[in-house]
Design a protein around this ligand. Structure first.
Ligand code: PMP
Length: 346
């Protein structure tokens, strides 16, 4: 097919090469220039298309994955969607263990893509037999001809971003990037991009966004796993209650923690200020950016790239639902008026 004419053999040929879009209003009063790497432009609407395609094609190339096999994964939703999409095109069965914290929109989307879904309790420890990690591992052990993607502990997760996202950002900024800001979940995105960028210029500052209730920032500072850091939080896809080996802590300079509430408001702000309808962790990344700016991190020479991992449509029953925002206590007298944009004519 002629890709120059925008014609493709299948949807997988559209993975990657996402646009870098200048932020114009949110960062209006900040010194420097600011860009978003908008991963919702992937055909599966998130950065996870990159790792799903890379890991599955590597498994095929090395003979681990054979026709008729089943692909199994633990996922907060996005990786599952991407794996399901790749499985449809390549003809594999797909089983996904998801956390009960994942939005119903995400879970329904997985089913729409033909995956079998197990919903596991969110607030149990990683080694609990009911956790989504344990369930996926057990299914993999029980099922012959199954392949476990294991994104948290798979080095290929880092490689996918080292091979694609990192070079794209370097080229799109013409080597001018000074700061990368990316949410850290498995750590694959930030680690792969960081490894690539640091090879080009070791002075580029790499900032990971972490959640309150996650162990990542403390581990980065002390190299100790502190379980007392762990408590439930609402943002899906960033932070962790374990230490993923897909995170290269040495390649990351700083972790910034953000709250559920401020991240939710930032996600809504991105839509109305930049016209970009992106997910909860994009809001978290912008919230982290605002905090860094307030700390005096940026100068007029700063060229900052913020990764927006997925699309806002996955959060219609959460961040973009006024009812949900109210239930979380995220609307106070200051923020209430933002809600009054729908009028019902009786
Ligand atoms: N945002 C969202 C919505 C995600 O699903 C994920 C993946 N868990 C991330 C951010 C973090 O990306 P990574 O796993 O590459 O660190």
């Amino acid at each position: 097919m002629n890709r120059d004419l925008n014609v493709y053999d299948n949807v997988l040929q559209l993975v990657g090469n996402t646009p870098l879009i200048k932020l114009n209003k949110i960062t209006n009063n900040f010194e420097g220039s600011y860009f978003a790497k908008v991963e919702a432009f992937n055909p599966g609407h998130s950065s996870k298309d990159r790792i799903a395609l890379h890991i599955i094609e590597e498994a095929e190339r090395t003979g681990i994955l054979k026709p008729g096999d089943t692909i199994i994964e633990t996922t907060s939703g996005n990786t599952g969607f991407s794996i399901a999409m790749v499985s449809v095109i390549k003809g594999y069965d797909c089983i996904l263990a998801v956390s009960s914290k994942s939005s119903p929109d995400k879970i329904d989307a997985l089913k729409a893509m033909g995956a079998k879904v197990y919903v596991c309790p969110a607030h149990v420890s990683a080694d609990d037999p009911r956790s989504y990690y344990s369930v996926a591992k057990r299914l993999h052990e029980e099922m012959k001809g199954s392949v476990y993607i294991n994104q948290y502990f798979n080095e290929l997760n880092i490689d996918a971003h080292f091979n694609t996202t990192g070079p794209e950002i370097w080229e799109q900024t013409e080597g001018k990037i000074t700061h990368l800001i990316a949410c850290s979940g498995t750590g694959g995105t930030i680690s792969g991009v960081a490894r690539f960028l640091k090879e080009k210029n070791k002075d580029i500052k790499i900032v990971g966004i972490d959640a309150y209730g996650s162990v990542l920032q403390k581990y980065h500072q002390t190299r100790e796993f502190d379980s007392s850091e762990i408590y439930p939080y609402r943002i899906e896809g960033l932070g962790k209650n374990l230490i993923p080996s897909a995170t290269d802590f040495d390649a990351i300079d700083h972790f910034e923690k953000v709250t559920d509430e401020e991240s939710a408001h930032s996600a809504r702000e991105i839509a109305v200020s930049e016209g970009l309808f992106v997910g909860y962790t994009s809001g978290a990344a912008i919230q982290g950016l605002k905090q860094l700016e307030a700390q005096g991190e940026f100068t007029k020479n700063s060229c900052v790239v913020v990764v927006f991992p997925d699309h806002g449509s996955r959060y219609m029953s959460k961040v973009f639902s006024d009812k949900w925002m109210h239930e979380q206590g995220f609307f106070d007298s200051q923020n209430e008026e933002a809600v009054a944009t729908i009028e019902y004519i009786k």
